[in-house]
Design a protein around this ligand. Sequence first.
Ligand code: NAD
Length: 439
Amino acid sequence: MDRYQSFAKSGFGRLVVGKLGLPNPYPLRRHTPGKPALDGPVLLGGSGRLVEPVAAVCKSIGLDVAAEAREDERYAALVFDATGIDSTEKLRELYEFFHPVIRSLAPCSRVVVLGTPPAQAASQVAQRALEGFVRSVGKELKRGGTAQLVYVAEGAEGNIESTLRFLLSGRSAYVSGQVVRIGTGPVEVPDDWEKPLAGKVALVTGASRGIGAAIARVLGRDGAHVVCLDMPGQGDELSAVANEVGGSTLQLDITASDAPKRIVEHVTQRHGGVDIVVHNAGITRDRTLGRMDAGRWNAVLEVNLASQERVNQALFDSGALRPNGRIIGVSSIAGIAGNVGQTNYATTKAGVIGMVDSLSATVAGTGATVNAVAPGFIETKMTAAVPLVIREAGRRMNSLSQGGLPVDVAETIAWFAHPASSGVNGNVVRVCGQSLLGA
Ligand code: NAD
């Protein structure tokens, strides 16, 4: 909990926050292995092709599902199948379902609306309209609640489980106001949903600290052998992370000309290939454009984008990325909204989105996927170095009024990495608490 959050929870703080209408951050409920996914029942509404598959998934997660609102019940999640909405008039069903219950949700509640991709729908207008509804609900929810829209392609009804398990749990604590697209793809159902990555090999770049270390921990927790990669100078910290997660280390600079070759050799010789590649290593070298020397521009372009493209090319050319492989990029909301002093950084982070667009089309239908997260304000050394006023603004300017934690980014990556997420391809999901920037 940050200092403002502690203040806002104190007796005096509550009074001041209430009277002045200041942001009121609620402590987010995060995933704890062995604990229930949600603290309460799910109310499931709507009348489309997904009602039955959603009910089946909720039951397999162990959630209590109600089809009719019960008096005085505090629901932990409201799930609405909007695939049956085939005209603008029928959008009224959203109002009829949500209006009576939206004010009596449990803390850290979940709202999930499922639709048909507008281009495939009987009413493109009505399905596109769902976005505005969900994003507004996300802004209205209090006490750590989140809202998402999931467009499920025709024929992808069997591909929703990993996504619902992510969205209907504390794993998605800092993800809100997002639109996720699920397509068809061969679903690899894990033997154990608590260890879905058992037998998989994951490579995480920049794994010695911050978000990269959290990614290594979460992928390790989920059963993967994690190859932790970082700069040679980061050896001690890197070994500590690798030991903690039962993984191994690979010390190299990803911008080195022989880096792609060394990565391919390492994963093929030691593990027979790699299943999951997370391009997390990234740097900032901020200056406004007129004051930026070429060195700053080049360094950021090399680490955050060009080197990743070379590694991807080498992985594809060598066949080192195994079938149903996962490539996961780390973009940023700066790549979506732009940011003063970050023309170099934002160029690369928008480029990562371009990488997702281009490679996801290449791998479509093969079972492999390419996706990215776009973090907002995450509490790390990188953001601790930001001047206080800008830092406070970044922390509060989102629907959850707080910064996210590295684990929030890591959980989102673990959902992409999941063997049952083959239908989740070409998505860029923001982990930003529904930041006002670039919204
Ligand atoms: P960090 O600086 O704490 O960690 C980055 C890691 O990458 C370091 O361990 C560093 O040694 C490694 N690295 C840098 N250059 C490398 C190279 N050439 N070869 C190998 N390793 C290299 O940063 P972080 O805050 O944990 O950020 C991780 C990623 O998340 C970055 O891509 C960053 O742009 C992105 N991101 C962070 C935030 C945030 O709020 N912290 C927000 C949006 C996006």
